[in-house]
Design a protein around this ligand. Structure first.
Ligand code: A3P
Length: 302
């Protein structure tokens, strides 16, 4: 399955596959062999890195800023989630749903580079990658998976342990990010971070327009975009905040479940003990050193 790519990856496909749930056994070949259209746009992220935020921005840019439709049609119905095998949005089978979606498709996936549909690399389709700092992802993913009922451990410390041992779905986290970081100067890739989106969303949106070959946003259009994409407005919109949908469809979900929780940079500072922060930082440092990288190179000072 790794044949045909000239991009060196940190892991081979079978290593990552092990961390995905058993249900992926059936769908992985379908994902790898999926038919790609040359005008497809992929929004690729590790979980909890700001996927929905970027999906909404990209869909709007590709659909003449149709804010009304964003309030009427669920984000996953406008922008299919390729590896969604639990939720019935649009269709029960995500791959079938992708097949029927109109072009240009804006497809969301958490698949790492080594498990993306193989034709992506042949057709040079556009990929938008959003990374987020490790400690905030751990906090966000902990609340998400614990309250969803898909992670059964006791507390954040245990979750962090599972995370750095690559036992959480889609890990290894760093491997996911580093593969795309290394491709960041390729013309088919738009690489950004949650932190950059928080710091300078207008700048990210204008660069994204360039990447998507869309006209730059006027001042009025920018104002409307920033308003629509604000944390408060996306949280208040049932078509982007999927809390209600998940509550309907996931029997194990807890009352504390919030798809959009805090929406800030640095929630780890309030939620992780200094000792746990040091442990995660050491793990990150060791991994990144193998690639001559520091977390700061990717995210700036946190
Ligand atoms: P928190 O759990 O830290 O609040 P994903 O879409 O990849 O699952 O990412 C979810 C994270 O992005 C959540 O982080 C969520 O609150 C945050 N998020 C979603 N929309 C956002 C927005 N418009 N502005 C800032 N953060 C947003």
């Amino acid at each position: 399955a790794t044949e045909g790519r000239d991009i060196p990856l940190t892991k081979n496909w079978s290593e990552t596959w092990c961390t995905l749930s058993a249900e992926f056994d059936n769908v992985l070949p379908e994902i790898l062999n999926m038919e790609i259209r040359s005008d497809d746009i992929f929004v690729v992220t590790f979980i909890k890195c700001g996927t929905t935020w970027m999906q909404e921005a990209t869909w709007l840019l590709m659909n003449n800023l149709d804010f009304e439709r964003c309030k009427q049609v669920h984000v996953w119905e406008r922008s299919p989630f390729l590896d969604n095998h639990g939720f019935n949005v649009g269709a029960p089978n995500a791959i079938e749903f992708c097949k029927t979606a109109p072009s240009p498709r804006v497809i969301k996936t958490h698949m790492p580079a080594n498990l993306l549909p193989l034709e992506i690399w042949k057709k040079n389709v556009k990929i938008i990658y959003v990374a987020r700092n490790c400690k905030d992802v751990i906090v966000s993913a902990y609340h998400f998976t614990k309250n969803l009922g898909s992670w059964k451990g006791a507390n954040l410390e245990e979750f962090a342990e599972d995370f750095i041992n690559n036992e959480i779905m889609y890990t290894c986290f760093w491997s996911h990010i580093v593969d795309f970081w290394k491709m960041r100067n390729e013309s088919f890739l738009f690489f950004t971070t949650y932190e950059e989106m928080k710091r300078d969303l207008p700048g990210v949106l204008q660069k994204l327009c360039g990447f998507l070959q869309r006209p730059q946003l006027t001042a009025a259009e920018m104002e409307n975009m920033l308003n629509h994409l604000s944390f408060e407005n996306m949280k208040g919109n049932d078509q982007t905040n999927i809390t209600a949908l998940m509550r309907e469809q996931v029997p194990t979900i807890s009352n504390d479940f919030q798809f959009m929780r805090r929406g800030i940079v640095g929630s780890f500072k309030d939620e992780l003990t200094p000792k746990l922060q040091r442990k995660i930082d050491n793990w990150s440092r060791n991994f990144l050193a193998q690639h001559d990288l520091k977390e700061e190179d990717i995210f700036g000072k946190l």
